[in-house]
Design a protein around this ligand. Structure first.
Ligand code: HEC
Length: 270
């Protein structure tokens, strides 16, 4: 082998992977088209834009800094790359009470407003892409059970009602201590998101727990990350084209069949 062929080979062994793994994906993904609503199926026009609120940017940054992405993904892959779409509650719900089957794959717009997309590195913990919606539906379920037990209407639960935000704070503080079905949780506890404060008067409403006249109250970082987690939702008015099981959507109503008209005409002709 001459020195020249050696250097050609060396350059090719770097250039080809660079082309396949960097240049081509960048070229095809740097300007992706937005997903448009279909007037017939979605009954509206325009571009799909997931709704985000809460302390999204800063919460996302703290989530990345704390290494949550080491164990938690936020990515529902297309069916050719994995079986995530079939997991109920991950990319949507199998039987959403309002829309039917809303499961869908993750879209790049789901990370709109964040400096980096926390798609995750491993899946040691559950996927958190739809965590906020799971907390919302848990709130509805827990309150229904509680109302039944107490023999009152859900609207009359008052302070007894399940508090989704507190649930998140308790999980962040120490899942093994507070979360009933996470007694063996491998999710690290994060006492650094909380500060110990002496109880004055009635104390703080969002205190995770009290001990010896002191309360553990979330600090700014704790509040920002909880707000971020509660806003991780994959619901919204998603275009039908993005939904995995389009046939099982409740809304919008299926378009009337066009075949009937010619049949009537045919009968008349007879
Ligand atoms: C060592 C891996 C690991 C790291 C790092 C980690 N988690 Fe977890 N997490 C888990 C595991 C395992 C579970 C499942 C058990 C449970 O529910 O506690 C979990 C569960 C959760 C849940 C409940 C999910 C659900 O659907 O009920 C939340 C919320 C959560 N983690 C948030 C975080 C946040 C925020 C961080 C970063 C501060 C973090 N986790 C870091 C492993 C991890």
């Amino acid at each position: 082998m001459t020195v020249k062929t050696f250097f050609y080979g060396l350059s090719a062994s770097f250039a080809i992977p660079w082309l396949i793994m960097v240049a081509i994906p960048y070229g095809s993904m740097s300007s992706m088209p937005n997903v448009e609503y279909d007037e017939n199926k979605d009954e509206k026009t325009g571009t799909f834009q997931p709704l985000h609120s809460g302390r999204l940017g800063i919460g996302s940054m703290i989530y990345a800094q704390e290494g949550c992405t080491m164990c938690h993904s936020q990515l529902t892959r297309p069916t050719y790359a994995g079986n995530d779409v079939f997991r109920d509650g991950q990319g949507g719900f199998k039987a959403d009470p309002e829309r039917g089957d809303t499961r869908r794959i993750t879209n790049y717009m789901d990370f709109d407003g964040e400096d980096m997309a926390n798609i995750g590195e491993t899946r040691i913990g559950p996927d958190l892409g739809n965590f906020g919606s799971r907390v919302s539906s848990k709130t509805v379920e827990e309150n229904a059970v509680l109302a039944k037990e107490l023999g009152v209407d859900v609207s009359e639960l008052g302070d007894n009602a399940f508090n989704g935000e507190l649930y998140v704070y308790q999980h962040l503080f120490d899942p093994r201590k507070f979360i009933v079905n996470a007694k063996k949780s491998n999710c690290p506890k994060n006492p650094r998101f909380f500060e110990k404060k002496k109880i004055y008067g009635q104390g703080a409403v969002d205190a995770v727990f009290e001990k010896d006249g002191y309360q553990y109250v979330p600090n700014d970082r704790g509040r920002a990350i909880a707000s971020y987690l509660l806003n991780l939702k994959r619901d919204g008015d998603v275009p039908v084209s993005m939904i995995y099981n389009k046939a099982k959507l409740l809304k919008p109503a299926p378009a009337p069949k066009k075949e009937e008209k010619p049949k009537e005409g045919a009968e008349e002709a007879k």
